[in-house]
Ligand binder design. Structure first.
Ligand SMILES: NC(=O)c1ccc[n+]([C@@H]2O[C@H](COP(=O)([O-])OP(=O)(O)OC[C@H]3O[C@@H](n4cnc5c(N)ncnc54)[C@H](O)[C@@H]3O)[C@@H](O)[C@H]2O)c1
Ligand SMILES: [Zn+2]
Length: 363
């Protein structure tokens, strides 16, 4: 088993990474000195596969769990579904010492975490991420929330989990496209923080795609370590945490302007990262050969590296970037790479350079 510590003073916690650790859910929760009543929130894809194991493990640990199943997919991340969850918790008489287990991908984690942050002004929360994206990214760091019609993640809180269990076996049932989308965030960690992780991904990508147990465990653990280090230094994103947004300014704009549904998040940020390394070559001294290595690795992971835009789509993309949360006073600020493993944030990018980077995606 691999253990990664997230250092946040009184809110510190561990991430456990191991095949089959879902079976230890009850034992791990028992160490947290929580009340016996709890809820497992999951979705309609994950529940039928893993809820039985989770509930049995909790019961064996002396707990009294109720199962709450929400619809699968991004549209479930809504206040309406949050309210359904509150009702289920009230019905099961959850109390201040009760806790909530999020069993699923980032949608379940963000929503269940938000429910936990707000129900009875906050109850404890345990993450069991079942997508690669959730294991390396969304389950770590305490950002929880839901979407509004006006946009994604507009309502939320910071609420750190008490423990995170990454059961690598759950990734075996994840659709291949979802797995590859998660790889886009894995590659991002190499680019922003760890050149040797990046080199390892170049070497071990085929093993990773085959879900080789050792490679997967080491890579997931390294990504969690990086996120833990970043979040440990800047829990509420006043500075360093912004580096995690590498590739995301353009990525989010691609999601918003080309439309959800066409691209998964990881696919959109793949395109965003290719554009961001090109901007970095022009503006922050990033090596052109390394920019090509980033593009080539993303392509080998079978993720999109280009985008042809009509004039209308292009205008929408620019408008979407202006609306991004990272824009203040109309200036778009970017995370740019200086070399592999090292980025700088808060970089102003002239519109002409951005235009050229977008053009290069179409060629
Ligand atoms: N809180 C954060 O810091 C943070 C960071 C990044 C992303 N996010 C959020 O995460 C969400 C995306 O998460 P995601 O990519 O995990 O999507 P997701 O939760 O929608 O999961 C993707 C799909 O895979 C299914 N699934 C999940 N685990 C499975 C398994 N083991 N086997 C079979 N099917 C499985 C789900 O039901 C869903 O259909 C977005 O809402 C995003 O905003 C949050
Ligand atoms: Zn992301």
């Amino acid at each position: 088993m691999r253990k990664v510590h997230v250092p946040l003073g009184g809110r510190s916690y561990d991430i456990l990474i191991e095949k089959g650790c879902l079976r230890r859910l009850g034992a791990e929760c028992a160490r947290l000195a929580l009340g016996s009543r709890c809820a497992v929130i999951t979705d309609r894809h994950v529940g039928p596969r893993y809820a039985k194991i989770a509930l049995a493990a909790l019961k064996a640990g002396g707990f009294d769990p109720v199962l709450v199943t929400i619809p699968a997919g991004e549209t479930a991340k809504s206040l309406r579904v949050v309210e359904d969850c509150y009702d289920a918790l009230a019905k099961h008489r959850l109390e201040r010492k009760s806790f909530i287990v999020a069993l699923g991908g980032g949608v379940v984690g963000d929503l269940a975490g938000f429910v936990a942050a707000t129900y009875l002004r906050g109850v404890a929360f345990v993450q069991v991420p079942t997508t690669l994206l959730a294991q390396v990214d969304s389950s770590v760091g305490g950002k929880v929330g839901v979407n509004l019609k006006a946009g994604k993640n507009l309502v939320g809180a910071f609420h750190q989990p008490r423990v995170v269990l990454c059961d690598l076996d759950t990734l075996r049932t994840l659709p291949a496209r979802e797995f590859r989308a998660g790889l886009a965030e894995v590659i991002k960690y190499g680019v922003i923080y760890d050149a040797s992780l990046f080199a390892r991904l170049e070497k071990d990508l085929p093993r990773l795609l085959r879900l080789d147990a050792r490679v997967l465990a080491e890579v997931v653990a390294r990504c969690c370590e990086i996120k833990a280090e970043v979040v440990g230094q800047d829990e509420t994103e006043t500075g360093l945490r912004a580096i995690l947004n590498f590739g995301h300014t353009i990525g989010h704009a691609v999601e918003n302007s080309i439309g959800y549904g066409k691209f998964l998040h990881g696919e959109a940020i793949s395109i965003g990262q290719v554009a961001a390394v090109r901007l970095s070559v022009e503006l922050s001294g990033f090596n052109a050969a390394d920019a090509e290595r980033v593009r080539a690795l993303i392509e080998r992971a079978d993720l999109p590296v280009g985008l042809r835009l009509s004039a209308a789509q292009r205008a929408k993309l620019f408008a979407a970037m202006q609306l991004d949360k990272k824009v203040s006073a109309g200036v778009i600020k970017f995370v740019l790479a200086e070399r592999l493993g090292k980025v700088a944030w808060g970089k102003r990018v002239p519109e002409a350079a951005l235009s050229r980077a977008l053009d290069s995606l179409g060629s």
